[in-house]
Design a protein around this ligand. Structure first.
Ligand SMILES: C[C@H](O)[C@H](O)[C@@H](O)C(=O)CO
Ligand SMILES: [Mn+2]
Length: 418
């Protein structure tokens, strides 16, 4: 072992022990917290159903960095490359458009067989899979409505797509021995002043009830629903708003998905976790970084990422919060984007686990807010990085920025040939 890293680790261990923090316990706990990496960062949310089609639904991947994956083999190879640079447990979050089929398959006819290769690969990689129906980038979503569509036939099509998706999700869970979290996000909304804001919500509620009617084993499948504030082309009205889904998830007992980019710019999901956790059984987080809008920039180790991780740890929500990522930056190396964002999420979790939370809680209860603030600030400069480096070494992934040379080499040997 590199002796300077070893020395740094020993010193860090002692520094944290001085504040009653056991770094080994923190690392062991970090090893139980998987982060679900989203497949769609690898190809700008194109998928394999119609890879040259347009991305619709009010979301956008901007940039044209060369070398994006154009088929499932390439995407899996890119994912393997990214996974090899990220320490600790990971999952993969798939969208329905990432199916593999010889012939075109309508979305309401997708089956587990179309994802069999993903499952075989995931088993091989020791990964759990999560899933999403894809209710966008399709002719029947072109007018901005899917599950809340006023046309019964179109609405039924999307209901069937979501029903089929749930069976695929349950298949993932059954095959891989770990429940798949299936998140329903629909882009439904209106660009301009909307007179009837109620009817689409009534239809969405009824459609979701139909989708969820089939009982599936919770050991294999978990339903989640994701709210949003607005999308491009749906600036004035979003059917599946925050209030709609908080109430829906509460009343139906589904997981609630909160995306960091789906709220007003000064709202933060870190502050919503505790409230929501009182009413819904589970939370799914889409950790993302909105820059002025839901821009889906790569996750940083910034205050909000830290606050999200700290909430999970401080409230001990380990078994009730599913940590997913949701960003798609096409302006930089896509594998680097995955690595930066996922390592940052894990660094934030580690820093949260290294916090002397009991001490801070006691100070707060005693009304000693001066000491609370002083300690919080001081621990920002404790040697957490030495603990992170140790974690990377334990998992045989590069320490520090060494991972970048591996990405560069892959770029030269693989991505540049595409
Ligand atoms: C591709 C995802 O389903 C999508 O990003 C969704 O989760 C979302 O956040 C839409 O803004
Ligand atoms: Mn999202």
């Amino acid at each position: 072992m590199n002796s300077s890293l070893e020395q740094a680790w020993q010193l860090a261990k002692q520094r944290y022990a001085d504040s009653d923090v056991n770094v080994e316990q923190a690392l062991a706990l970090l090893d139980t917290l998987p982060v679900s990496m989203h497949c769609w960062q690898g190809d700008d949310v194109a998928g394999f159903e119609n890879p040259t089609g347009t991305l619709t639904g009010g979301i956008q991947a901007t940039g044209n960095y060369p070398g994006k994956a154009t088929n499932a083999q390439q995407l899996r190879a890119d994912l393997e490359q990214a996974f090899s640079l990220i320490p600790g447990p990971k999952r993969l979050n798939l969208h329905a458009i990432y199916l593999e089929a010889e012939q075109p398959v309508e979305r309401n006819a997708i089956e587990p067989a179309h994802f069999a290769r993903w499952v075989a690969w995931a088993r091989d990689q020791h990964l759990g899979l999560d899933f999403n129906p894809t209710c966008f980038s399709h002719p029947l979503s072109a007018d901005g409505f899917t599950l809340s569509h006023a046309d019964d036939k179109i609405r039924q099509f999307w209901i069937e797509h979501c029903q089929a998706s749930r069976r695929i999700s349950a298949y993932f869970g059954r095959e891989l021995g770990t429940a798949s979290v299936m998140n329903i996000w629909v882009p439904d909304g209106m660009k301009d002043l909307t007179i009837d804001r109620l009817a689409p919500r009534e239809r969405l509620m009824a459609a979701l009830d139909t989708v969820l009617a089939e009982k599936l084993d919770p050991r294999h499948h978990i339903d989640a629903v994701e709210s949003k504030l607005f999308g491009i082309g749906a600036e004035s009205y979003t059917v599946g708003s925050a209030e709609f889904y908080l109430a829906y998830a509460t009343s139906r007992g589904t997981a609630l998905c909160m995306d960091a980019g789906h709220f007003h710019p000064t709202e933060v999901i870190s502050d919503k976790i505790s409230s929501a956790s009182l009413f819904v059984p589970r939370l799914l987080l889409h950790v993302s970084r909105p820059v002025r809008w839901d821009s889906d920039h790569v996750v940083l180790l910034d205050d909000e990422t830290q606050a999200i991780a700290s909430e999970i740890v401080r409230q001990k929500l380990f078994n009730r919060v599913h940590i997913g990522l949701d960003f798609f930056d096409a302006s930089i190396n896509r594998i680097a984007a995955w690595v930066i964002g996922t390592r940052n999420m894990k660094k934030a979790l580690l820093r949260a686990l290294l916090e002397p939370t009991d001490t801070l809680r006691r100070l707060e209860q005693d009304g000693d807010y001066t000491a609370r603030l002083a300690l919080l600030e001081e621990q920002k400069s404790l040697p957490w990085q030495a603990v992170w480096d140790r974690y990377c070494q334990q998992h045989q992934v590069p320490v520090g920025s060494d991972w970048l040379s591996s990405v560069r080499e892959y770029e030269q040997t693989v991505l540049s040939q595409r």
